[in-house]
Design a protein around this ligand. Sequence first.
Ligand code: ARG
Ligand code: ZN
Length: 864
Amino acid sequence: QRKYRADYAVPAYLVDTVDLDFDIRDDHTTVRAVYAVRRNPESTATQQWQLDGREMRLVSVAIDDRELAENEYELRDDALLINNPPEQFTLTIENSIDPEHNLSLEGFYRSGDILCSQCEANGFSRITYFPDRPDVMARYTTRISADAKRYPVLLANGNCVDSGALDGGRHYAVFEDPFDKPCYLFAIVAGDLGMIRDSYTTGSGRNVDLRLYTEHGNEDQCDHAMASLKQAMAWDEDTYGLEYDLDSYVTVAVGSFNMGAMENKGLNVFNTACIFARADTATDADFALVRDVVAHEYFHNYTGNRVTCRDWFQLSLKEGLTVYREHQFAIDQGSPGVTRIRQVRTMREIQFPEDGGPRAHPVRPESYVEMNNFYTITVYEKGAEVIHMIAQMAGRDAFIEAVCHYLDKHDGQAVTIEDFAVAMEESTGLDLGQFRRWYAQAGTPRVRVATSFDDGQLALTLSQHTPATPGQSDKVDFDIPVEIALFDGEGQPAREPEVLRLTETQQTWTFDGFSTEPTVSALRGFTAPVRLEYEQSDAALARLMAHDSDPVCRWDAAQALYLKTLVADVAARRESAAPVEAPGLLFDAIATLLDDPPQDRELLAEMLTLPSEAMIGEQFDAIDVFAIDAARTALKQAIAHRFAARFESLADDHAARDAYAFNVEEAGRRRVFALALDYLAAIDAPGIAARAASLYDAADNMTDRMAALETLRDMDDPERDRVLDDFAQVWADYPLVMDKWLRLQAMTRRDDSVERVRTLLADERFDFTNPNRIRALLGGFARGNRPGFHRADGAGHALVADEILRLDALNPQLAAALAGILAPWRRHVASQADGMYAALERLSAAELSDNTREIVDAGLERSG
Ligand code: ARG
Ligand code: ZN
């Protein structure tokens, strides 16, 4: 059941219209579907027409109103095949589904009081029989009838064209979506919902009705999402000239959702975690997440919905481009440097490991078993970086023009990444021949920088090498844009930034006219998703850290300086040698930074934040979680000891003065304050627990409250328990806030954290059917508590394997995502790898969903 990109065949039949009728009853829902079907003139397939469908009961099937006899069709577990259909006909299907017991959160299902749908990638085939592939596009009409008391609000894509009362306390509504769409963009919602409403007038004067629905009582957590939507609508008009194309834009926030959100045409369904944001319940990071996900789904209306994907191998066509647009939007909301740094961090800490592990795959995969396993950081974020490179090569204006050309040329079509590349070339004049390899080759290229200086001339040599990835042992050269700048000994610009294009295995550039050797600032703004290998001296790094005009490189210089010490110290600890201490130059560089901090407080905080455990792990072939933890803690303590007084005054200077506001200055101030506390906590500075506790008590917002909790997290102090208990009491009725409580405890470094997580799994505040709870507790533990997860006795791995097995029977998508944490065992030292491998083998021996099986097989290197 593995599918290959090369096997694409056009659909045998086309569907022009889809008429759906949902009759919602307490114990089941009946779906009646009527399709206007005709043979696809481009197809040569004959005899049987396959419609996908699973987990449903077929009631009847008719062609042109004549019910089919049993020998006229074939019914399988996952499909309905019609024998010898006519050239053109009306197909009527009646089937019954059970949303109440659908815990997969795919298709039509219940989340709390709300019935809702999730169809991407293949959820529509859990609703009714249909060719569940994005290149079959049709005009949809949806009629919904349900009990009027239980489900006062009925919603589907498009405009409501009719509604009214029915006998027996029931009512109905009919929706028409004027745009052709693939079935993955279909959505239906029924429930007793609260709503906030606003409106937006487009540049050409269309008035758009904006509605955001959620379970009653949550309306006051939705204002930031609504404001973000309007910001996104304005941004897409100002930047791309793209105006919204329907009279209403409806969003529904549900508590049980497998991912962040879904861009269904005119009717987005969101995870509440990506909508709710109120000062006292959400952190600055949550506010930014809501803003960016709301924008992302809105941007899909063009890049995804108006122009969609031909098949799921092309997923990055819409996701890479939309993430890129979301990134640019976020950058335009202020603090561009720090926003870019976060994007870079995501690539290095999450995407690079995926690209270097058993699940490495190209941005455009060649094959898959379960498509839902390919909504990956590679398809999304690396896909966005590929677009970012094109945009830089073209220049921003030419790139925007090219995107508009692509959207015009393919409006209403389901197309490929190749179609996109051609449109880019046509409009920009760029030659993307070799560049296309970014879509086809997996793995993170390593770009080595070497310099020599002689007689006033700097020779700069770049070379590239991409390690083998599963199924791709021989790599060819990428086309890599590397922006560089040169600085003199005082850190003043010695040459304007310029983009070098590395297209061969090795190339050398020379720069003349220097009296002393200039310092190279390379890969400015992260011009390409590569690993830079450049051994710069401590002095050069300190210079860049103090003076580089590119915030990414400035931050990166600090990271490189920290990493030098950390890597050496981890290696020493591995060999039980004496720990390696940080050089004086590192402390001098920090002192310089503190004396002359950047304007942007968040940049200061980023520069003072040590590389994460994930980032340190990336420096090694074999990751030793415990040595990394020890080295990172030691360096943090060394810095905290040296600058304790400075951190005290940083905390004083950055304490809250005014009421909470989500903006760049205030968020930056809070970050610096939290960072200062964190350093002070690392050395158990006098009074730190009391200080954190009083921050908790006085805070008017969740950002400060979480900063206090994180400071206290690993402390053995009565204040810690008092504050945690208080938190649980105050926020008991706010599941998303309780997720923070669960996550914090899962991340707490203690010897019995495995047992602690087991206890929380049985706590009534935990709910095994809700993905947000699972991600908080199990994700928080496995990703955020590496020492606990990799505990030497294997109990952490075993715990996660137990829960994957239990979850797989309910929600395979989520179970597979968790299994992904165990897969890269080969990246770890033997003592940790063994437990991961054993857990994978135990999973493999059990009966598994296709989703989880695919991940486990990849981990055990048994896929092929
Ligand atoms: N298209 C959605 C988004 O990016 C995500 C859908 C994820 N679907 C999945 N099966 N994982 O915004
Ligand atoms: Zn998306």
